[in-house]
Design a protein around this ligand. Structure first.
Ligand SMILES: [Cu+2]
Ligand SMILES: [Zn+2]
Length: 189
């Protein structure tokens, strides 16, 4: 028992030193998250897109309750926040595809467009849930290049296509027509 007292004293001292090295707590703001509806060509909402700003990119989440064809679908950020026409052509091309004339495709050695994303899988009941991260875009202006910003003056859109994107062929990886769309940012006509 005589050995116990010095041991406790040493442990206490070590414990105190560890505590003293912990930096003072800093106040951190919660990351910005925006949620926007995903719609079909007739304007019906079928789910939501959530975007969370990170320092090095954007965390995105797609939650679709129903309404898409089962299987793989190409999905991209398009350059304009407009899903008002039934074929979603007013959402424009992929982010920075036109500006920098970069080839499309995450597997293209000379690409990709900033708007390129991996494919979305839709279950047998027409629903889909996916989360991913892209460092090719930013939610808001900051240190990123202007053509990387989703919520710029004319906004942007998430577009889901009829077919899968092969991430290589031009101009959109064979993804076909546009079947669902979500407006991102403040688009004004
Ligand atoms: Cu697209
Ligand atoms: Zn592309």
């Amino acid at each position: 028992m005589k050995f116990l007292i010095p041991s406790v004293a040493i442990l206490s001292l070590v414990g105190f030193q560890v505590l003293a090295q912990v930096p003072a707590p800093t106040v951190k703001l919660a990351p910005t998250t925006v949620t926007t509806p995903i719609q079909t060509p007739d304007g019906s909402p079928i789910g939501t897109l959530s975007l969370t700003a990170a320092t090095t990119g954007v965390l995105f989440q797609v939650d679709i309750a129903k309404g898409l064809t089962p299987g793989w679908h190409g999905m991209h950020f398009h350059q304009t926040g407009d899903c008002s026409d039934p074929k979603f052509m007013t959402s424009g091309g992929h982010m920075n595809h036109a500006e920098n004339k970069v080839p499309h495709g995450l597997l293209n050695a000379a690409g990709p467009d900033f708007g390129d994303l991996s494919n979305l899988y839709v279950a047998a009941d027409g629903s889909a849930h996916a989360q991913g991260f892209t460092s090719l875009v930013r939610l808001d202006a900051g240190s990123a290049a202007p053509e990387q910003v989703l919520r710029d003056a004319d906004g942007s859109a998430l577009v889901i296509h009829a077919n899968p994107d092969d991430q290589l062929s031009q101009p959109i990886g064979g993804a076909g027509g546009r079947v669902a769309c979500a407006v991102i940012g403040a688009f004004r006509k």
